[in-house]
Design a protein around this ligand. Structure first.
Ligand code: FES
Length: 177
């Protein structure tokens, strides 16, 4: 998820009694993942994928738990989670609309696409609809500049976006149960 400035000094870290790293996850991390890497830092991204696959996002508490098992600092975990758009530190919707906002897509009208989605979904960029169905993200270049403006919707790439194409994608998602 791209950078969003926050008042981190007032951020309340959500926590719960039950650990995010369940015995099953712990076994996977310590027996399957860690032996494949020379350092805890090396095993971090694979571990993050595993945790996100389980919960759909990586909570702050999970980051602390991961740091303990990999013997690195929570800051090192948070650095990686906040750097890569593939990782989410908050719950996201069932459908994640990632609109490329880098230069080629910007020149080719990404703003109109974003504005349309904001208006249709009633959310801003980096927000999720109340029903938990859609999240809207701004992404950096997804490597298909000659097809701008582009988007990734749940990892599937859509090229040369127009407002009607966006509406089509939205209605397909809305029809799915
Ligand atoms: S700038 Fe959008 S795909 Fe490269």
């Amino acid at each position: 998820m791209a950078w969003t400035p926050k008042q981190s000094a007032s951020l309340t870290i959500e926590s719960r009694e039950e650990p995010y790293l369940t015995p099953v996850l712990m076994e996977k991390i310590t027996k399957d993942i860690m032996p494949r890497y020379a350092t805890g830092q090396g095993a971090l991204m694979t571990t993050l994928h595993e945790v996100q696959h389980e919960y759909g996002y990586i909570s702050w508490q999970a980051m602390v738990e991961i740091s303990r098992v990999l013997d690195i600092t929570p800051a090192q975990v948070a650095d990686v989670v906040s750097f890569y758009e593939d990782y989410h530190s908050e719950p996201v919707g069932k459908y994640i609309f990632g609109i490329c906002q880098s230069i080629a897509c910007e020149v080719c009208g990404h703003q109109a696409v974003i504005d349309h989605l904001k208006q249709k979904l009633g959310i801003d960029v980096h927000e999720t609809t109340e029903d938990g169905k859609f999240s809207l993200l701004g992404m950096e270049c997804i490597g298909s500049c000659d097809n701008a403006p582009c988007a990734l919707v749940n990892g599937k790439q859509y090229n040369k976006l127009t407002i009607s194409k966006v509406d089509e994608i939205l209605s397909t998602c809305s029809e799915e149960k």
